[in-house]
Ligand binder design. Structure first.
Ligand code: GUN
Length: 282
């Protein structure tokens, strides 16, 4: 068996087309375009690429982007004052602070300073709490993107056994909450999980976010499972690869996301979705 590929790029393109239409409707009704402020601190090359991709997605959809770039030595007080300024600006709908931040800045404090209604990353405790209570408002982009990707590929969730490998605050944990919300019987595995191979082998839906190339072995995957690989790792030869051993997993799975071209394009698309939602006042 060779799994079918879940084409994140094509599904993201479709979704971005739908968002573009929504923005055109907003403009036709006489309102201004949704606006996203992106805050980049320092010169981390990967962060620069991510922020640039977000800006380009804004342009495609018709969202106004406000790129803000600060020196790596900005103080915490200065950055918080910038967030206060954007919180108070009626012409800004979404605020995104690109992570990671330099060591002198407490990321938790920064995230909590953003008004929940402008928190288009969905990282604020209010938005995570709403997701935990099954009343989501602005949802963390990567987990939301995984659910949308699977739904649009025809996947069903109700009562199915799903596993998340990785329990990070921004990806693994909210991914577990999303799968619960969708009706799956959900297990979250992490560094203290005793028999990871056995947990993976029981799952009908496997979602992996650990950031280690080839961490999940292909022969752990149950025949016919759906495999979603959130990991994006750069190998010494410059190529990108995921957290799952792709070739051997593909022999067993029914559906699998490639890296690149799987979850990645969905994350930025859900950020655009959240910005349009934030502009609509929910
Ligand atoms: N750094 C890596 N991924 C992300 C993301 O989705 N949002 C933010 N704000 N920073 C990131």
């Amino acid at each position: 068996m060779s799994a079918q590929l879940i084409d994140g790029k094509s599904i993201a393109d479709t979704l971005q087309g739908e968002l573009r239409t929504r923005v055109q409707q907003i403009l036709a009704s006489g309102r201004r375009a949704p606006a996203l402020a992106t805050m980049l601190v320092g010169g981390d090359p990967a962060s620069q690429v991510y922020v640039r991709n977000k800006r380009l997605a804004c342009e495609r959809i018709g969202i106004r982007s406000l790129p803000l770039h600060y020196g790596a030595d900005i103080s915490q007080a200065e950055l918080l004052a910038e967030i206060d300024r954007l919180n108070a600006d009626p012409d800004v709908d979404g605020i995104l602070v690109q992570l990671p931040l330099p060591a002198q800045i407490d990321a938790t404090l920064v995230i909590e300073r953003i008004l929940p209604g402008k928190d288009v990353d969905g990282f604020h405790p209010y938005n995570l709490g709403r997701l935990a209570q099954r009343q989501p408002v602005l949802r963390p982009c990567t987990p939301f993107g995984v659910i949308e990707l699977l739904r649009r590929s025809g996947e069903s969730f109700y009562g199915r056994r799903a596993i998340v490998v990785g329990a990070s605050n921004h990806v693994g944990r909210p991914m577990g909450l999303e799968l619960l919300l969708a009706g799956a019987t959900t297990t979250i595995c992490h560094r203290f999980t005793r028999d990871l191979a056995a947990e993976v082998a029981r799952a009908e839906i496997v979602v992996v976010a650990v950031g280690k190339p080839g961490f999940i072995k292909g022969d752990w995957i149950a025949p016919g499972a759906t495999v979603v690989d959130i990991g994006i790792n750069r190998l010494p030869d410059g190529k990108l690869c995921g957290d799952v051993e792709f070739d051997s997993a593909r022999q067993r799975a029914a559906w699998i996301t490639p890296v690149p071209g799987g979850v990645g394009p969905m994350t930025v698309t859900m950020l655009m979705h959240n910005t349009v939602i934030a502009a609509s006042g929910h």
